[in-house]
Every structure is written in structure tokens, then in C-alpha cells.
Design a protein around this ligand. Structure first.
Ligand SMILES: C[S@@+](CC[C@H](N)C(=O)[O-])C[C@H]1O[C@@H](n2cnc3c(N)ncnc32)[C@H](O)[C@@H]1O
Length: 277
């Protein structure tokens, strides 16, 4: 039988009344990916390991973000968390404005920029994406990047409406939202999984491709692809041991790729303003 938490991701409308403070408290209590290393938080060893684990577990991210493409460009990142992708953009020579709701996540991300000597390249800002224009001065960025964020805010369409203000005809939006038609969602609904590493995530909207197109109305969608099925045994993964679930281990690699392409948890969208031609 489905439990209440497992049912929540399907009921998108039920999230609209969740206070933003509840969202902030959740991410402050345990910033995303904070346990990607067991080294002392804030050390270089810690940040190196967090980065290595993130791109090992989510190897599609560099290909989606195309960090190298934004050298010398302005990047606005919405929902930077502890800053793994932020650092990658900055390291590749972008000038980054990195926004997050969570003060605890931002504190770790700021420390990370210091450790790598990249503070000059990144302006960290605490803000609610739904009210971005009241905090971040409006100007056009070359890239607006948001990976796994707008589906966690009570009113994703409002966050997207704010994002538009930071885009010109030549800007690109690279957005990841959770896919409704996904292996993960099937497992959540069946009571085997939950949206995030930590339980109790207050909001996790999911999107069909049509729903994502509606969320991005007014944008021209250049590509929309699906990726990422988490393959590891969780009991071992939390101990930093990487053993693939037996049902995935038994699959030919190409079969697993086909599953990811059609049922991946990450809906990866590249878009620009519709009237941008
Ligand atoms: C799943 S984490 C992703 C973090 C980062 N993008 C990454 O991939 O590691 C979601 C992040 O979105 C942030 N977030 C949620 N709602 C937000 C909002 N309304 N405005 C800004 N950030 C928000 C959370 O604080 C959290 O850091």
C-alpha cells in the first residue's frame, strides 16, 4: 500500500500551500549532497570528494551543463546548493551569480569558493527564486542554469517567470526538473523510494514532457531529454561503497541506457525565449 509521502509527488497541486520557510528549513537541515564525502566539511579533501562522487553518480551533468562553453560568459545559477556545479562554471572561466534559498547551503558553497580561490568569480546571493527580481539586479545573463530546483519551490511557474527577466534573445536556459514518467517515480509510488536522499522533502513536483512544456510556455524548447537512474544499493552507497543493484547489474549496458533515456528521473531541458530568433 502507498504511504502518504510516496503519494505526494503525483499530487502537484497540493504543494502550492507549503510555506517557503518549510522548504528553507528542510534544505538548511541537510544541504543537498552534504554527505557526499566523510572528510571534514569545508576542507579541500571534502570538496574534492563531493565533486568526484557527484559526477560519478550523475555523469550526465557535465554534458548537460557544458561548463567549458561558458568561459568568459555570465551565468546565473538558481538553487546552487553547496556549489558543485557553481565551482565547475567558475573554474571554466564563467562569472557566476549563484542563488539559493538555504543559508546553510550557501555557507558551504562560499567556503568552497574560498578553498579553490574562486571567490572573485562567484557572487553568492540568498534569495527565493520566486522573488528573484526583488534581490538580484535585473540584467541579461548568457546562461540561466537551474539543476533540480524549481520542482522544490511552491510555485515553479513563478520561479520561471522570474527567470525570464534575466534572459535576452541570446540567453540560454538549462533546466532540470524531475520526470513524472520515470523509474524513480514508479518506485516512489510503489513505496520503495523517496524523492531525496533525506526523508520528508516538503515539495517534489514531477513533470510529464507536456507539463514541462507548459511550465516553459513562452520559451522555445531546443532539446528535452531524460537521464539518470540511480543504480546503486543504498545500504552500501551510504557507506561509500558502490555496488549496483542485482537487477541492473544483470542488464546489458545498452538496455540500462535505454531505460535511462526513457525513464530517467532527470528531465533535461535546453530552451531560449520564444521570440529570440
Ligand atoms: C536538490 S537541491 C539541488 C542543489 C544543486 N542545484 C545541486 O544540483 O546540487 C535543491 C536546492 O534548491 C534550493 N531551493 C529550493 N527552493 C528554492 C527557492 N524557492 N529559491 C531558491 N532556491 C531554492 C534548495 O535550498 C536546495 O539547495
Amino acid at each position: 500500500m502507498m504511504n502518504e509521502a510516496a503519494m505526494a509527488p503525483g499530487d502537484n497541486a497540493s504543494y502550492e500551500g507549503v510555506p517557503i520557510q518549510t522548504v528553507k528549513a528542510y534544505w538548511d537541515a541537510r544541504p543537498c549532497n552534504i554527505r557526499h564525502s566523510k572528510q571534514p566539511i569545508g576542507t579541500r579533501e571534502y570538496f574534492d570528494e563531493v565533486e568526484a562522487r557527484r559526477y560519478m553518480v550523475e555523469p550526465h551533468i557535465p554534458g548537460f551543463a557544458k561548463f567549458e562553453r561558458w568561459h568568459g560568459k555570465r551565468v546565473l545559477e538558481i538553487g546552487c546548493g553547496i556549489g558543485t556545479d557553481t565551482i565547475s562554471f567558475a573554474r571554466h572561466g564563467a562569472q557566476v551569480t549563484a542563488v539559493d534559498l538555504s543559508t546553510e547551503s550557501l555557507a558551504v558553497a562560499r567556503k568552497r569558493a574560498e578553498v579553490y580561490g574562486l571567490s572573485e568569480r562567484i557572487d553568492f546571493v540568498q534569495a527565493n527564486a520566486e522573488e528573484l527580481t526583488s534581490v538580484v539586479p535585473v540584467s541579461a545573463y548568457d546562461l540561466v542554469y537551474s539543476f533540480g530546483v524549481v520542482h522544490h519551490t511552491p510555485h515553479p511557474a513563478q520561479a520561471v517567470a522570474e527567470i525570464r527577466h534575466y534572459m535576452s534573445s541570446s540567453s540560454e536556459l538549462r533546466l532540470m526538473v524531475y520526470a513524472k514518467n520515470s523509474w524513480k517515480r514508479i518506485m516512489i509510488d510503489a513505496g520503495y523510494d523517496q524523492p531525496e536522499a533525506q526523508s520528508g522533502c516538503p515539495i517534489a513536483y514531477t513533470y510529464t514532457r507536456d507539463e514541462a512544456r507548459r511550465l516553459l510556455s513562452g520559451f522555445e524548447i531546443l532539446t528535452m531529454t531524460q537521464a539518470h537512474i540511480f543504480p546503486f544499493q543504498i545500504e552500501r552507497y551510504v557507506k561509500y561503497e558502490y555496488e549496483v543493484q542485482p537487477w541492473f547489474a544483470a542488464m546489458p549496458r545498452e538496455m540500462f541506457r535505454a531505460l535511462e533515456t526513457n525513464l530517467g528521473w532527470h528531465l533535461l531541458i535546453v530552451a531560449r525565449l520564444a521570440d529570440a530568433s
